[in-house]
Design a protein around this ligand. Structure first.
Ligand SMILES: [Zn+2]
Length: 203
């Protein structure tokens, strides 16, 4: 009897699907699958509904690509937000982390990725072209590059700076001091506030 038939097809399929999630190895996938198998059906049903709801009810803001349940996200809809500055982040959670500091009053632009040649991710895999378009049409005076303080984040920042500087817009980068190698989303509010306030022009 093979492993797959001992496991039963639905269980093997669940392990397979869970194993495709980021950060979930085969061991964790099996553990989660057997947890779900043991859990009451009502609980599993809530999980399944939450998975579907997030796909059916949440989409990307057409302007900044942050998550939204409408055409424009809450930040882009807010008339009190200042136009003229854009904070560029890799992922929605990074925008959320900056939003928690409460000091940035402009709008965001979520790249949904980074430039990482080793992972096969280039300019065409991130929302870069419409950032250029926004800088032109929204009379942007400052672009704050808030990509992660790791290798890919720095490479992405360097790429953005190179592409944006000919436009004559001020391009700044968060100050050093954020834990190197980490993700912006995990930085504490105090550190992030200092990094924002101490941002420096990129040349
Ligand atoms: Zn938006």
């Amino acid at each position: 009897m093979s492993d797959a038939s001992l496991l039963l097809e639905p269980v093997a399929r669940l392990i397979d699907e869970l194993g495709r999630l980021p950060g979930i190895g085969p061991k964790s996938a099996s553990r989660l699958a057997f947890y779900i198998l043991r859990a009451p059906e009502a609980k599993v049903s809530l999980l399944a509904q939450a998975l579907l709801a997030v796909k059916q009810q949440v989409r990307q803001c057409v302007r900044c690509h942050y998550i939204s349940d409408q055409e424009y996200c809450a930040v882009c809809r807010n008339p009190l937000r200042q136009t003229g500055s854009i904070c560029v982040v890799e992922d929605p959670l990074d925008a959320l982390a900056i939003e928690r500091t409460g000091i940035f009053k402009g709008s965001y632009h979520v790249l949904h990725g980074r430039i990482a040649p080793l992972e096969g991710m280039g300019r065409e895999d991130i929302f870069f072209d419409d950032l250029l378009e926004r800088i032109g049409t929204e009379s942007i005076r400052e672009v704050i590059i808030a990509t992660n303080p790791n290798l890919e984040g720095e490479a992405t920042a360097a790429y953005l700076q190179r592409e944006l500087s000919p436009l004559g817009t001020r391009v700044t980068r968060l100050a050093r001091g954020l834990p190197t190698g980490g993700d912006l989303e995990w930085a504490d509010t105090h550190t992030l506030t200092s990094a924002l306030e101490g941002r420096r022009e990129l040349f």
